[in-house]
Ligand binder design. Structure first.
Ligand SMILES: Nc1nc2c(ncn2[C@@H]2O[C@H](COP(=O)(O)OP(=O)(O)OP(=O)(O)O)[C@@H](O)[C@H]2O)c(=O)[nH]1
Ligand SMILES: [Mg+2]
Length: 303
C-alpha cells in the first residue's frame, strides 16, 4: 500500500549452533525475558522454542534449537533432527559460534552442511561471547567460517552483556519478508505455560545435579490447577534408574526440596501468581525410548 505508513514485516530466524554456543541466552536477551532455559552444561535445549520480538515494524520470531552435534543416543538423534528441521523452515538461518571455544568438530560439521543448503537462503554468522575473546581471534574465526560457508553478514556480540545486539536486530528486522504480524503484538513465546514450567524445573535440576543425570531425566507437568490462592502445579521428574531417583531426592529429600523451591520461585515470577509446586520422581527405565515422552517434550520420535 504505497503512500501509507511503512509495511509491517514478519518472519522466522533459526538460531543454530553447537551445544553451549549461547543460543538460548541470545533468545532470552532479544525477547527480554527468559523463555528458553540456560545452563552451563551442553544439550540443554531439547525442543524448538520460539521467542517473539517486534523491532522497527518487524516481528522477528526467533527459533531456538537444540545444539547440533554428533548424536549417539535416540534422544540425541531427535534433538539434532529437531534443530535442522527448525533451520529448514526459517527465513534467515543464524549460526552461533562460541568464539571463546573456536571452531570445533561440531561447528565444522554444521558449516559443511550449511554450505549444501540452497543458495538464496539468507544466513548470518554470529560470533558470540565477545566479552571474553580478543578481537584478533574474532577476525580469524570470521574469515575461516566464511570460507567454509559464505554468510551474508557476520556479527560479533555478547548475548550475555547485550553488546552488539541492536545491530543484529536492525539487520534481521530489515531481512524479514513483508507480512502482517504472525502473533499478537504482546506475545513473547508460543510455548504453553505448562511446558515452560516443566522446563524451569528441568533447568534447576540440571544446575543442581552431577554431570550424567540431567541427560537421563525429563520433566513433565501433569496437572495445572487454578486455586483461589494461585496455582497448584504437579510435575513428574522421570529418571531411568532407582539410583538416579535417590540422587534427585537427596539425603532426607534435601535435593528435591531445593530444586522445588528454586523452580517454584521462578515459575511464580513468570505467571505472576503464587505457586504450589509438587514434584514427584518416577523411575521409567526406558523413558528415552518412549514416544509419549517425546510428544510431551515437543520433539519428534526418531525411528
Ligand atoms: N561469557 C559469556 N558467556 C555466555 C554468553 N552467552 C552464553 N554464555 C554462557 O554459555 C553457556 C551456554 O549458554 P546456553 O544459552 O545454554 O547455550 P545453548 O547454545 O543454548 O546450549 P544448548 O541448548 O545446550 O545447545 C551458559 O553458561 C551461558 O551463560 C556470552 O555472550 N558471554
Ligand atoms: Mg539452549
Amino acid at each position: 500500500m504505497a503512500g501509507e505508513s511503512a509495511p509491517t514485516r514478519a518472519g522466522f530466524v533459526a538460531l543454530i549452533g553447537a551445544p553451549n554456543a549461547g543460543k538460548s541466552t541470545l533468545l532470552n536477551a532479544v525477547v527480554g525475558s527468559k523463555v528458553s532455559i540456560v545452563t552451563h552444561k551442553v544439550q540443554t535445549t531439547r525442543a524448538l522454542v520460539r521467542g517473539i520480538v517486534i523491532h522497527k515494524n518487524s516481528q522477528i520470531i526467533f527459533v531456538d534449537t537444540p545444539g547440533i552435534f554428533l548424536p549417539k543416543r535416540r534422544l540425541e538423534r531427535a534433538m539434532v533432527t529437531t534443530a535442522w528441521g527448525g533451520a529448514a523452515d526459517a527465513d534467515v538461518i543464524a549460526l552461533l559460534v562460541d568464539a571463546k571455544r573456536g571452531l570445533k568438530e561440531e561447528d565444522r560439521a554444521i558449516l559443511a552442511q550449511l554450505a549444501q543448503f540452497p543458495a538464496g537462503r539468507a544466513r548470518v554468522l554470529i560470533l558470540n561471547k565477545v566479552d571474553i575473546v580478543k578481537r584478533d581471534t574474532l577476525l580469524a574465526l570470521a574469515k575461516e567460517a566464511n570460507e567454509m560457508a559464505p554468510f551474508s553478514q557476520t556479527f560479533m556480540l555478547s548475548a550475555l552483556t547485550g553488546d552488539g545486539l541492536p545491530h543484529l536486530l536492525d539487520f534481521l528486522a530489515a531481512a524479514m519478508p513483508e507480512s502482517p504480524y504472525l502473533y499478537p503484538e504482546d506475545q513473547m513465546t508460543d510455548l504453553p505455560l505448562r511446558f515452560l514450567a516443566a522446563e524451569i524445573t528441568r533447568e534447576k535440576l540440571t544446575l543442581r545435579l552431577h554431570d550424567e543425570l540431567p541427560y537421563r531425566s525429563t520433566v513433565e507437568t501433569e496437572k495445572w490447577t487454578e486455586t483461589p490462592k494461585g496455582v497448584r502445579i504437579d510435575q513428574t521428574i522421570y529418571v531411568e534408574r532407582d539410583t538416579q531417583r535417590k540422587i534427585v531426592l537427596g539425603k532426607g529429600g534435601a535435593t528435591i526440596k531445593a530444586i522445588s523451591m528454586a523452580a517454584r520461585e521462578e515459575i511464580a515470577k513468570l505467571i505472576e501468581k503464587p505457586v504450589h509446586l509438587f514434584l514427584f520422581v518416577k523411575v521409567r527405565e526406558n523413558w528415552s525410548d518412549d514416544p509419549e515422552r517425546y510428544r510431551e517434550m515437543g520433539v519428534e520420535f526418531p525411528k
